[in-house]
Design a protein around this ligand. Structure first.
Ligand code: IPE
Ligand code: IPE
Ligand code: MG
Length: 224
């Protein structure tokens, strides 16, 4: 049976969740952060899952109104500071992917501090995609390589921020697109598009997806 080693999620639908109940969009982001906590804890307790990559802020999300962007930055800083004890308690290693140099120096410090403090965690890697876009990641990878040799797939993979193939890719919120997320790493991922808005997502729904995933015949281009 397939093992769900690497799960990646496009956490979409926070704003619509809030607006549906007459709340401001930012309330949806707050509710979404709670779901991040519960899904991360579930994944840390599941021995088959090694890595959970969550799309939190894309390279395109800077186009949003300044106040929403500022709120997201504050929420991220608050979340990381608050989560540190939970990461340590559950053996979770936190890692950021994406170009965090665009963030304020305080936020960058918090990110690096939590990465450093949790680096011994061995139950799960929670990888947050922050100012992440696949195009940007691939271009940075090529620039890191700076070589005249022919570049191999392995060399490029090793220069990417995220170096692991995705097994299950989930998008909540009803849209069926990848929005510049893990384009290289999801080459053979099994895709699950859900209508559920992110703040309504639960470990129970994730369990159902894992159950379906286990029964899929993954051929990777070969024959069964
Ligand atoms: C996803 O929810 C969270 C981020 C992109 C930060 P959205 O904010 O995109 O919510 P919708 O899609 O507008 O409902
Ligand atoms: C994708 O959601 C990015 C994150 C979840 C962080 P968006 O809401 O930004 O995606 P589009 O604009 O609908 O493609
Ligand atoms: Mg959205």
């Amino acid at each position: 049976m397939n093992k769900p080693k690497h799960i990646a999620i496009i956490m979409d639908g926070n704003g619509r969740w809030a607006q549906k109940q007459g709340l401001k969009r930012i309330k949806g982001h707050e509710a979404g952060a709670e779901v991040v906590r519960s899904i991360t804890e579930y994944c840390a307790k599941n021995d088959e899952i090694n890595r959970l990559t969550l799309y939190a802020f894309s390279t395109e999300n800077w186009k949003r109104p300044r106040l929403e962007v500022e709120f997201l930055m504050k929420l991220l800083e608050k979340y990381l500071k608050k989560e540190l004890p939970t990461y340590l308690k559950n053996g979770i290693r936190f890692e950021a992917i994406g170009d965090i140099r665009a963030f304020s120096s305080n936020l960058q410090k918090t990110i690096l501090h939590v990465e450093e403090a949790t680096k011994k965690g061995d139950a799960l890697v929670q990888s947050l995609a922050l100012n992440y876009g696949s195009h940007n990641e691939i271009v940075r990878a090529f620039n890191k390589l700076k070589t005249k040799e022919n570049i191999t797939e392995e060399m490029l993979y090793n220069a990417l921020d995220c170096k692991e193939d995705v097994d299950i890719l989930i998008r909540t919120g009803g849209d069926k697109r990848l929005s510049n997320f893990l384009l290289w790493q999801a080459a053979y991922a099994e895709l699950f598009f859900l209508n559920t808005l992110w703040p309504d997502f639960s470990a129970k729904e994730l369990e159902k997806i894992i159950h379906k995933f286990k029964k899929i015949e993954r051929r990777f281009g070969g024959l069964k």
